[in-house]
Ligand binder design. Structure first.
Ligand SMILES: [Zn+2]
Length: 353
């Protein structure tokens, strides 16, 4: 997908927003679940507003110097605010081509950077807001993810939203409106971002060259952008893990911890969560959501599983998800995770040597 394009499921919204008569609020909040293209839409919208010569349907032309600057990240009329850690991780991802030592080190450094949007970042907006605009064009402030603002930052932003500076558009993107103060929400026009139908998501993934779109979609909780990240090597590892988990009496937790500890741990925790979710869902109502290909194994195991113990484990996993971004010992973290799963869910005592 080219940088300024929008996703097929966003076209209707785009047209509505680009209608000549639609008056624009000074602060737009694009909300909706993860992996449906909210940020891409916000960027396309910002780019089209800064482009010197809009093309059909109001899309940016991709040719003028404004569009060029935008892509380079040097356009003087847009200011992007995100947590430091997120910027650094993107920087690392764009620079490194393999899993080298430097990458590992930089990622570790990035984890020490702030996961929040801070008041200092909001205050730093002042220069951008109150200095004169390039070519009298609009100025755009893009904040993502908005829920990463801490309380002080949100209060500082609120002041700006209450007395909007002329010619400034705030574009806020969020996966989680519940974590944003109501005072901030009330100052924004909230836009619920469209979710693709299964058919739209499947077609789009096929166009991106994904060979098993249905499997990847199910694994990614039906978010097409997350499904796209489900790369083949990881998909193979995931599939082997699930295969192994479906025969718990043979599951070798030490070996799996060894195999997976260099992976992103919250991803691995997510795999276990999805497995538990399917067991609970199948036990409670017969429905399997993620592991459609292992439906038989899930049904078999769900029939004997202790639903209450599973509920406890589910809550523990949610807590682990938080710890997974900075465990002290990755291997130990996984061993404990797997041990809990085997003991609580299957009442199975694996031999740990
Ligand atoms: Zn342009």
């Amino acid at each position: 997908m080219a940088a300024a394009e929008i996703f097929p499921w966003q076209r209707m919204l785009w047209q509505q927003m680009k209608q000549p008569k639609s008056s624009q609020h000074h602060a737009l909040l694009l909300k909706g679940r993860r992996g449906i293209g909210k940020l891409a839409f916000a960027r396309a919208l910002a780019k089209s507003m800064l482009c010197a010569q809009n093309q059909n349907a109001g899309m940016a032309c991709e040719k003028c110097s404004d569009c060029h600057w935008f892509e380079q990240g040097t356009h003087p009329n847009i200011y992007c605010l995100e947590p430091e850690a997120l910027s650094e991780l993107k920087h690392v991802a764009s620079e490194s081509t393999g899993v080298g030592k430097t990458e590992t080190t930089s990622v570790k450094t990035a984890k020490k950077l702030s996961q929040q949007i801070t008041i200092a970042q909001i205050r730093a907006l002042d220069d951008f807001i109150y200095l004169s605009a390039h070519q009298e064009r609009d100025k755009i402030i893009l904040i993502h993810p908005t829920e990463a603002m801490n309380v002080a930052a949100a209060n500082a932003l609120l002041k700006k939203l209450e007395e909007p500076p002329p010619g400034v558009l705030f574009l806020l993107v969020t996966h989680n409106t519940a974590s944003i103060p109501a005072t901030v929400l009330s100052r924004c026009q909230q836009i619920m971002m469209p979710v693709p139908t299964r058919q739209q998501a499947r077609e789009w993934l096929q166009q991106q060259g994904i060979r098993q779109p249905d499997f990847c979609l199910a694994m990614a909780g039906f978010s097409p952008l997350l499904a796209l990240q489900h790369d083949e090597q990881q998909a193979a590892l995931h599939a082997a893990f699930i295969q192994s988990l479906s025969t718990p009496e043979k599951f070798d937790l030490i070996a799996w911890a060894e195999k997976l500890y260099k992976q992103d741990l919250s991803t691995v925790t997510g795999w276990v969560q999805k497995w538990c979710y399917d067991l609970m869902s199948c036990r409670a109502g017969g429905r399997i959501y993620y592991h459609l290909q292992q439906a038989d194994k899930i049904r078999q195991q769900a029939a004997t599983v202790d639903l209450i113990a599973l509920g406890f484990l589910w809550r523990e996993l949610a807590a682990s998800q938080q710890l997974a971004s900075h465990p002290l010992n990755a291997r130990l973290f996984l061993e404990e995770l797997f041990l809990n799963l085997l003991e609580i869910v299957y009442q199975h005592k694996p031999e740990t040597g």
